[in-house]
Design a protein around this ligand. Sequence first.
Ligand SMILES: *[C@@H]1O[C@H](CO)[C@@H](O)[C@H](O)[C@H]1NC(C)=O
Ligand SMILES: *[C@@H]1O[C@H](CO)[C@@H](O)[C@H](O)[C@H]1NC(C)=O
Length: 307
Amino acid sequence: MGTMKTLFLLTLTSTFFFSTFSQEASVFSRQANLETYIVFVEKPENLLESNLHDWYTTFLPETTSSLSSNQPRIVHSYRNVITGFAARLTPQEAKAMEQKEGFIAARVQRSFSLHTTLTPKFLGLPRRPTKLGAWNASNYGEGVIIGMIDSGIKYDHASFSDKDMPPPPSKWRGRCDFNGKQTCNNKLVGARSFVSTARGTDLPWEESYHGSHTSGIAAGCPVDGANVFGQANGTAMGIAPRAHLAMYKACGDFCDEGDALAAIDAAIDDGVDVLSISLGPPHPFPFYNDGVALGTFRAIQKGIFVS
Ligand SMILES: *[C@@H]1O[C@H](CO)[C@@H](O)[C@H](O)[C@H]1NC(C)=O
Ligand SMILES: *[C@@H]1O[C@H](CO)[C@@H](O)[C@H](O)[C@H]1NC(C)=O
């Protein structure tokens, strides 16, 4: 954690320092109160690292004592990230340091926001307020049926709950083949298996967890309190959380082309609006010699969006 933070600061410092320093120079004339400055200095060759902090203090202005604040002026003494320190100064004091031997630059410290790899945020899809942007305009995928060609699905996972989900559109002709068990709902509206060899189950149940993963990304409903051992706690949600899902199992650990084509065939019959396919050969074949490319071309001709 410490290393990451250090690296982060170092990267930002080196990227932004030179481009924005002049713009922030005007801050000197405006601000009267103490602010925390990052002060960059050049270390004399013979200075021992153990004496760095004491040497940093020599940059502090003599006016220091005339101010009522009892707090120490140096906030941090750096040894590795930069040669320099962070100190609480007035603009006049920071300006006065420019005269000192070894001074390079000083500027008011910046404030950073926390960054997180959330695809919806990256795409500009705000969850709240809910009435803005592409998510609202598309109604979170409501009324859309996404056919997944994958390795099956854990139908009882929290992401596939149908809380607040309307029934699928009346054009839907799919079905749920879990040995007669009532496992489908208004979120997971279909589940069938096309695995034709003995290596896998003939139920659309998930064994490798790939299909549940891709299904959750496509259309998982909001699940609050999702975390890994308490880390990254937050709301897990698919990109189209109001869309319906239909699993067409064509894979165990591998996917046979014939099974994948049968799955796509059935999905077209059943009336999916979108086909989501996350599988492929180790190297690309020409389209005319690639069953999945041919099959999905037919799907596109029938108005199905293929992802
Ligand atoms: C949100 O979506 C609804 C329904 O499509 C639409 O009537 C409304 O204008 C949208 N709001 C905004 C701010 O785009
Ligand atoms: C995750 O966040 C929720 C909502 O803030 C909270 O109720 C829950 O206790 C948190 N869980 C963990 C493991 O931190």
